[in-house]
Design a protein around this ligand. Sequence first.
Ligand SMILES: Nc1ncnc2c1ncn2[C@@H]1O[C@H](COP(=O)(O)OP(=O)(O)O)[C@@H](O)[C@H]1O
Ligand SMILES: [Mg+2]
Length: 272
Amino acid sequence: MTTAALRPLDSEPMLEIQQLSVRYGRAVHALRGVSLRVPANGVIAVLGSNGAGKTTLMRAVSGTLPMHRGIVDGGEVTFDDASLLRRDPADIVAAGVVQVPEGRRVFGRLTVEENLRAGAIGARDRRSRTAARERVYATFPLLAQRRNQRARLLSGGEQQMLAIARAMMAGPRLLLLDEPSLGLAPQVVAQVAEVVRQVSEQGTAVMLVEQNAAMALALAGHAYVLELGRVALERTSAELAGSDEMRRLYLGVADDGGHVPARARRLARWSG
Ligand SMILES: Nc1ncnc2c1ncn2[C@@H]1O[C@H](COP(=O)(O)OP(=O)(O)O)[C@@H](O)[C@H]1O
Ligand SMILES: [Mg+2]
């Protein structure tokens, strides 16, 4: 993995989140005034430890908060200047925003190819569906080899690839990836990172949620750190990698006494 070229955020953002607040019930304020911008190109990373609000942020964008009894109680989410709030998840997919949820949910009893077909939402006819599938197989050659295998027989890394590939079948302009590295061995994480890089190079913007700061920062041109539902830091990847504060807090680099701060221990769990 090499550090991605810096992409300035001066162009108009494709996705803009402004002062977003989200609650679950009365007591849980999962997001408190979060603002974030995703440009039409490249990868932005959203880092943060468990419970920081990363998944909630994705749900707010993909329109799936109501399924989890979440409520937006302030702020705005716009994609191409149109609000995504109070819109149907299918409508948001049709607009070009597709989420790969946590936990690589694939249909285990279906084959790889059947899983991909299930993702071909919005493709108008059989020919365009076939074309979408062949495009996806070109990016994921391993899946092409396994096209007739049942998804439950794939390894964890292969299932994650399939989950991403299925999302790509809808031809998204913005891909929302929720912790794709979770539970994967370091060399498999590197393969997933390579696929994300290719997806981005093919012109799909990526919002990458991760606890694996090392992986995310290797891909991202811009990063946000969420803490307890707020943006605690916003940096370019060069700033993030170069900052001692960041290295100590989020990449698990020991300070002089060889002591790793508590937060680093938590976040560095999957760092390669
Ligand atoms: N469906 C839910 N109902 C109630 N509370 C939730 C629900 N989902 C998440 N939360 C709470 O919201 C906060 C943010 O969670 P989440 O967005 O899942 O964080 P992350 O993805 O960063 O781990 C946490 O306190 C979590 O317990
Ligand atoms: Mg999460």
